[in-house]
Every structure is written in structure tokens, then in C-alpha cells.
Ligand binder design. Structure first.
Ligand SMILES: *Cc1c(COP(=O)(O)O)cnc(C)c1O
Length: 376
């Protein structure tokens, strides 16, 4: 449309500098572009087993009341979350996906006089929510690619050094996406003890349910000890409800009170509320999802060893492989094989591909396709 107005100059300063989030390519888009079917999407860390059957059953019931506004307080879902994790409902803030919660945190605690710390190679949504409210970005260097145990992982010394008087929030993903790397219990606990109490630490545990190591930190257990801690979790990953958009934050009640002031009154829809509550209690589905992912990771580790593919250590439901050459053409070639993975050049890792762990058959198809495009 014709106009002489430069709308970019009208946008607030932080927004002018934003790089839009690049999501995984949708299956329908690739179908339209290439006219192919039988597409395998391993690009957005979705659950290959689908959604919890209990959630699907709850949806059928919830569908009968679409004319009603959802419960704006999310009373039942918050009670179910609190009950499952030994918390109180007043500690929970519900979001339209946990991305919404991250955005709410930024709007509640950041503005153009404040700053937020996060790691290089951390989840792309952190800089987006920080900049959108005009706050200053304080990115910390990650571990070097040559690090013995956790290459590309968050470096807590570097993160702590970035904290200044302006810092109000630190964002940490554990495990992190897109690297899969993680922080251990002692190092993370000791970091929390060192952070000033007026700096909020957000520990994003989107993938925590996939972690099988019993010594892995559970940040929810630290809420009583650290009043400045916010833990975020999601129903998008292991619970298989990415399409419904529901996640939550757990924090001390005073922080939750601030977050709930910013939250849109009906940010979580009635279908999402019902499905999330049912999924939360579906232990059988969770167990199967963990087992499928653990087996799938072993399959990928074996394939990487066989093919000489170097991967970043991962505790999530995805594996990030260094292709030792520009990954974008490989990504494009895989699309022509009907396999969608995730190039992560936008994260400063132009030679890596991030691949969601699927079922055994899906992994086999992706491994074969990768071998094919690498030798083409
Ligand atoms: C996928 C993901 C989320 C979840 O986002 P939703 O908005 O809940 O779908 C949050 N944090 C990280 C690090 C993720 O990878």
C-alpha cells in the first residue's frame, strides 16, 4: 500500500531493533511449496506421540461450552499444578504458552531504564521480550565450542559478571534450547545464592520432564529458598499440547501478584485449560513420552557415532548437530526429502541443525535423509 509514512520510525525504539522469531516451517507450507505429502516435521520439539489421550477426552467435553468465557483465574488448572508440585495456587501464573509468561515477566519488571541478562545461544524469545519493552540486552558469552563437558552451554560466571545495577531479570533455560545443554544442581544453586535478591532469576524448564538424570535440578524445589526465583514450564513439549498454547510460571506469591496484574484477563482459553489439567494427570502418557525420547536419543547418539556427526550434549527432546559446513543448504535439501528440521543460523550457529527426537521410524527416516543429502 502506498504511503509516505515510515512506520518503522513510529515504532518504539526497542521494537525497531527487533528480529522477528523464526518458527519451524509448518507442514502445510512445505506441502504448498513443493506439492509433496508425507512430510516429517522434526523442527519444533513437538511430541511425536501426539497429545495425551486424557487431554483429548477433556477437549471433547470442553468443546460443548465454547460460548462461555474461560475461567479468567484458571482456578482448577492452578490448583492441579499446585497440588502436583506441592505449591500453592497463589504462586502460579498461567500463560498462553510459556512464551506469554516470559513476555508478562518482561512487561512487569523491565522498561527502558532497566536491563536483562541472558546467555549467548539461549532461547530466542528472551531478547525479543526484553527489547519489546525497551530494556537493555545484557548477553553473556556461552562456554566455548571446545569446552570439555558442556560446549555452547550457559556459563554462570559470565552470566553473573553481566549483572549490573540496571539488571532486573536474568533468563536461564535449563535444559537450553537450541543447544540442549544444561546446568547441574550445585552450580545453579550456588549461582542463585550469589544473585542479589532484587534481581529476578527466571529458570525456564520447558524440557525438564524429559530429563532422566535423577540428580538434575528441579528449580521448583528452590522457590521457598529464593524469593526472587521464577520457574517457567509449558504444556507444549512433553504434554503434547503446543497447538493449544498453555504454560505457567511458579514464583513467590508477591511476584505472581505482579505478573497477574499484567496478564490479559482471559489469556488461556477454555480448551487449553481443560486439556492441560487432564494432561497433567496423565502419568502413563508422560512415562511413554520419556521412554520414547530416551530411546530416540540413544538412536541418534549411535547414528552420530557411526557417521562421525558431532553433536552438542543434550538433555532435551532434540539434538543439535554440527554439520561442519553451512547448514542452510542441507536444511533446504532435507526439505526436498520431505523432512523439516531447524537451521539455527539466527542463533549464531550457521553450521548446526537442530533436530527433534521422533519415534524410532521417524528418526530412521531423518538419519537416512541426512546421510543422503550429505553425500549428494
Ligand atoms: C519450546 C520452548 C518454550 C515453550 O514455549 P511455549 O510458549 O510454552 O510453547 C519455552 N522455553 C523454551 C526454551 C522452549 O524451547
Amino acid at each position: 500500500m502506498q504511503t509516505t509514512v515510515d512506520f518503522k520510525t513510529l515504532a518504539v525504539t526497542g521494537v525497531q531493533a527487533l528480529q522477528p522469531y523464526q518458527p519451524g516451517k509448518p507442514i502445510e507450507e512445505l506441502e504448498r511449496e513443493l506439492g509433496i505429502s508425507n512430510i516429517l516435521k522434526l523442527a519444533s520439539n513437538e511430541n511425536p506421540l501426539g497429545a495425551s489421550p486424557k487431554a483429548q477426552a477433556a477437549l471433547a467435553t470442553a468443546l460443548k461450552s465454547l460460548e462461555l468465557y474461560p475461567d479468567g483465574s484458571g482456578y482448577q488448572l492452578k490448583a492441579a499444578i499446585a497440588d502436583k508440585f506441592g505449591l500453592q495456587s497463589v504462586q502460579i501464573t498461567l500463560g498462553n504458552g510459556s512464551n506469554d509468561v516470559l513476555d508478562i515477566i518482561a512487561r512487569a519488571f523491565l522498561d527502558n531504564s532497566r536491563a536483562a541478562v541472558f546467555s549467548e545461544y539461549a532461547f530466542a524469545v528472551y531478547p525479543i521480550v526484553i527489547q519489546a519493552v525497551g530494556a537493555e540486552l545484557q548477553p553473556a558469552k556461552a562456554n566455548p565450542s571446545t569446552h570439555d563437558t558442556m560446549p555452547y552451554g550457559h556459563n554462570l560466571v559470565n552470566l553473573a559478571e553481566k549483572i549490573t545495577d540496571k539488571t532486573r531479570v536474568v533468563f536461564i533455560a535449563n535444559p537450553n534450547n537450541p543447544t540442549g545443554t544444561w546446568l547441574g544442581k550445585e552450580e545453579l544453586h550456588s549461582f542463585l545464592s550469589r544473585v542479589p535478591e532484587d534481581v529476578i532469576v527466571v529458570i525456564d524448564e520447558a524440557y525438564t520432564e524429559y530429563v532422566t538424570d535423577p540428580t538434575f535440578p528441579n528449580a521448583l524445589a528452590w522457590l521457598a529458598e529464593f524469593p526472587n526465583l521464577i520457574v517457567t514450564r509449558t504444556f507444549s513439549k512433553i504434554y503434547g499440547l503446543a497447538g493449544l498454547r498453555v504454560g505457567y510460571a511458579a514464583s513467590n506469591p508477591a511476584i505472581a501478584d505482579m505478573l497477574n496484574r499484567v496478564r490479559q484477563p482471559f489469556n488461556v482459553n477454555s480448551l487449553a485449560l481443560a486439556a492441560a489439567q487432564a494432561a497433567l494427570g496423565d502419568d502413563d502418557f508422560l512415562e511413554r513420552s520419556v521412554a520414547t525420547n530416551a530411546a530416540g536419543l540413544q538412536q541418534w547418539f549411535a547414528a552420530c557415532a557411526e557417521n562421525g556427526w558431532e553433536y552438542i550434549p543434550t538433555a532435551g527432546n532434540f539434538i543439535t548437530i554440527n554439520m561442519q559446513r553451512p547448514a542452510a543448504p542441507l536444511y533446504e535439501a532435507l526439505l526436498r526429502e520431505g523432512v523439516i528440521v531447524r537451521p539455527i543460523g539466527g542463533y549464531g550457529l550457521p553450521q548446526h541443525l537442530r533436530i527433534t527426537v521422533g519415534t524410532e521410524a521417524q528418526n530412521t527416516r531423518c538419519i537416512n535423509a541426512l546421510q543422503k543429502v550429505l553425500t549428494a
